[in-house]
Design a protein around this ligand. Structure first.
Ligand code: SF4
Length: 257
């Protein structure tokens, strides 16, 4: 069993593993079997908006992510997110490419298993000084808070969003509340959250919000790994964030108007 972060980095560089499993067990949303996988630990992310960042994927253990999304079994890992494909198809994650590829590697045993392949005590040092994404795909609240808290103890910054902010108030420390209306933003902020709000392009920015600097409307001035604002109440930033809807989400907002 790998006992130190240095040995784990060597194993990742040698490609013995392509990442680590952070959690395998029941979804805290509905009890179905899920797994949380971290990758891009020693390689840079190629995601244009996020930049270099440890990525994490929250997926069902027992079915392909595309099937879960198509049949609605992604409730276990996405909960009440309005962007689920069975809702309106506006989820921005390319499930068919990145998420399916993570699931395939998981089934081939390419990710180190906690308590079997590695000692979880090494995680804080493994991720020390990284920028860490909670839920590149999936909602972080589907997995236990203590798993995320432990893994991210020494990170430089966290980046995460949850739609389950009413049910999992602990996550306010690590994540932004994803909200889709001014009323939700007011409710979440009153409950102690910083919010990440999607607004119709014509709707105003609220008091206490700034426009995401990586957005189209702000001229894509930076990436999340440099900005580091979206890390809940433990981030340095105190403001909430707003972004104008784009793509399918914009069409949904227009239809609702
Ligand atoms: S505000 Fe910063 S951290 Fe949040 S989404 Fe925009 S660029 Fe990323």
């Amino acid at each position: 069993m790998i006992k130190t972060a240095a040995d784990m980095v060597r194993a990742l560089r040698r490609d013995t593993y392509c990442g680590v499993i952070l959690y395998q067990g029941p979804s805290l949303i509905d009890g179905a079997p899920i797994v949380v996988i971290a990758n891009r630990i020693v390689a840079d992310s190629t995601n244009e908006k996020t930049g270099a960042m440890v990525q994490t994927f929250i997926i069902r253990q027992d079915m392909r992510p595309l099937d879960a999304a198509r049949l609605g079994y992604d409730f276990s890992i996405c909960g009440h997110c309005p962007h689920r494909p069975t809702n309106d198809g506006s989820c921005y994650v390319n499930i068919g490419r990145s998420v399916e590829s993570v699931f395939g590697a998981y089934k081939r045993g390419r990710y180190a298993v906690p308590h079997v392949d590695y000692d979880t005590d090494l995680l804080p040092e493994l991720f020390a000084d990284s920028v860490f994404r909670l839920g590149s795909y999936g909602d972080p609240a589907a997995a236990p808070f203590r798993v995320w808290q432990h893994a991210t103890t020494r990170v430089k910054a966290r980046n995460g969003y949850t739609h389950q902010w009413r049910e999992f108030p602990q996550f306010a420390a690590l994540c932004m509340a994803s909200v889709d209306s001014e009323a939700q933003a007011i409710e979440a902020r009153a409950a102690g959250w910083r919010t990440f709000r999607v607004r119709a392009a014509s709707a105003p920015v609220m008091t206490g919000e700034v426009v995401c600097p990586a957005s189209e409307e702000a001229g894509k001035r930076t990436t999340c790994s440099d900005c580091r604002a979206c890390g809940g109440t433990q981030a340095k930033a105190r403001v909430s964030i707003v972004i104008a809807a784009h793509g399918t989400t914009a069409r949904r907002f227009a239809a609702a108007a």
